[in-house]
Design a protein around this ligand. Sequence first.
Ligand code: NZQ
Ligand code: ZN
Length: 385
Amino acid sequence: MENFTFHNPVKVLFGKNQIAQISQEIPKDKRVLIVYGGGSVVKTGVLQRVKDALENDVVFEFGGVEANPHYETLMKAVDIVKTEKIDYLLAVGGGSVIDGTKFIAAAAMYEGDAWEIVKSYGGVVTDALPIGCVLTIAATGSEMNNVSVVTKAETKDKLFFSSPFVLPKFSVLEPEITFTLPKNQTANGVVDAFIHILEQYITFPVGAKVPDRFAEALLNTLKEEGPKALNTPDDYSARANIMWSATMALNGILATGTPADWATHMIGQEITGLYGLDHAQTLAIVMPALWKFCKADKSAKLAQYAANVWNVPLANEADMADKAIEYTVDFFESMGLKTRLSHYGLGEEIIPQVITKLVEHGHVNIGEKQNITAKSAEEILRLAL
Ligand code: NZQ
Ligand code: ZN
């Protein structure tokens, strides 16, 4: 088991009618900016519930944060924060809104060019406004972590930054809010969370039984509950189990004492940045191909996963690893996600562009062994055609 530091102070308010609690979490004298997305929270009534629950005298709103939030849009919110002397941000939405709010929180307190926050991976951040969250989709785990992914639309650069200053103070997790998700977004969320777990689990064994067994518990839960939520959107138990699994998948607990891969995310991010595919769609394409390419390095953990998640009988490691890849692809497809670039009309012409962006962003020598080079990424994308 490797050394680790674990620190997660985010307060989680989970269950029914938790929005009512937010007035207890946000000091009454704060000038609040509510940040939301393309309008789903207006339609579903969640925004109104939030406004009804707030007891602050000054409350502004900023809507229109797009999926894969744009730096250009977020900077408009930063202007409002500065002009109106906002000192508390309340994100009401999914990963995109929460990530966008994290960026606004850091940019509002940063003196220089705000894109430096992203370019420095968060290194230049020394302060941020406090953030609260009301989560509307179970997927990214952003509600309980310090990561934010922002896209500069002008240059198609989709990049992440992280900073302890942008950890939310609290997050409301009401599973019922996710009843209104369209099927494809429910599926995206389940698959994204599933892949967050796999990025931290399918590496090489280091005897870290606690995160391994947490990972297996969460994978089994998502595998069982994901299809239920697709078929019965208002199944509370399924939604609740998915929501907590997705949060737990990326709040740091699975990274305790283990190596992590994240190469699927690095490659997938470039595909979203360049071609606009949903985040989870890119991951479902890249991960199976990456596993085929890195099978020798990952076969021990793939075999463990085959046995403990897919109930594959013990056999030789390479055969079990093949089964693990096959069942994972079947699971993604059964959730309605395609697993090949060609399914989205993308062919080998995209490969040089994706590789150029990876190199430009310094995302080479990635993966748990830092052995996925630009050349390897090219071969992985070929396997994903
Ligand atoms: O924009 P609105 O109108 O609100 O609609 C959203 C959006 O179209 C809709 N939606 C959300 N909740 C809903 C709903 N529709 C009906 N009912 C509800 N209750 O769903 C669509 C997708 O929302 P989005 O926030 O984009 O989804 P998600 O949570 O999957 O976030 C994706 C973003 O998070 C980043 C991704 O790269 C992407 O930019 N990630 C963030 C991470 C992090 N901070 O740790 C890690 C992840 O790996 C990921 O990279
Ligand atoms: Zn993800």
